[in-house]
Write a protein that binds this ligand. Sequence first.
Ligand code: DSN
Length: 416
Amino acid sequence: MSYFLEENDFEVFNYIQQELDRQNTHLEMIASENFTFPSVMEAMGSILTNKYAEGYPYKRYYGGCEFVDKIEELAINRAKKLFGCEFANVQPHSGSQANGAVYSALLKPYDKILGMDLSHGGHLTHGAKVSITGQMYQSFSYGVELDGWINYDKVEEIAKVVKPNILVCGFSAYSRVLDFKRLSEIAKNVGAILMADIAHVAGLVVAGEYPNPFPYADIVTTTTHKTLRGPRGGLILTNNEEYAKKIDKAVFPGMQGGPLMHVIAGKAVGFMENLKPTWKEYAKAVKLNAKTLAEVLMQRGYKVVSDGTDNHLVLLSLLDKEFSGKDADLALGNAGITVNKNAVPGEIRSPFVTSGVRIGSPALSARGFKEKEFVIVANKIADVLDDIKNTQKQVLIKSELKELAIKFPIYTKAIF
Ligand code: DSN
């Protein structure tokens, strides 16, 4: 009997090979995506997927956990070292699960969440009405000003009226630094817990390239696959022992059953990469490349929300254009540049259409693109948008960018 995918299920194998080709030859600029390390994929593709380990290290409901206990312990210790905190739960299957577990640990149904509005750059799990977090709890939101910046005085005014149990800060589409100190003062003044969801910027935080929400935030959540470049998954951190105990219970047995031990091993391996001195170079490049992208786009006459970026993403506003975010997303896709349409401050179109695109630097930085290449890419983006109906130009740019992409190979094989 053959164990290999190619011989056992050619259909799936074949699509994975096509996806390998897509990842190698297109320019991946979705701000929340990245290319993880082959060592992380090796751990994720390992026999650890076979093991049930409900519970926590050395307190399991199953036998045979002596080695997975060590692996989870490594992941926890590395996470604590990276973020400089006392407690870590590495079991959430995703960022949404992590946020849901924090709420279920610390809130009663109909308690109040105050988070950033989804259409202003927040996340579904920050209390959006279409999410369970906006249905099970009373949710309220703050946003950004028309210039794209958060006005903390306004956040404070809203917090004073709402009196939330949890104030959530963090974002999916905000290109500036958050003032965690000010947010913690606002939270304290209204008796709220401050939860910072740093999914987008965690990889910059651990490199010292973005402020660490500790010691200001009571709880920090993140995904492990965005700027952190680890496996797809979630993580919860705190310095508060009482919260930590409640959070552990909320993750298991509250929300999840068996932890994904192969992913937890991937998290441990990813955290090891984040602890290396070379990680700082990567994080610096991510920021510099995003800044370069914003500058070139502005020089080419495009409106960048907040007139620049302090992190890994650029939010391009197309409010002054006749075409939408959806049109831009499609045209750039045709030219081999993968981005996503995104709402912008002062949005006039539906969430399915929008007037903006979100463009990120993490994945191209992971394959070694530097400022020089980002200047080329930013100009190609402007070339496509300047002449958005010209599909022939898009085909030509796609082949030029493919030439550029293959000079920076990322993976030689798809299956590890
Ligand atoms: N889907 C993620 C993003 O693109 O930002 C958030 O979960």
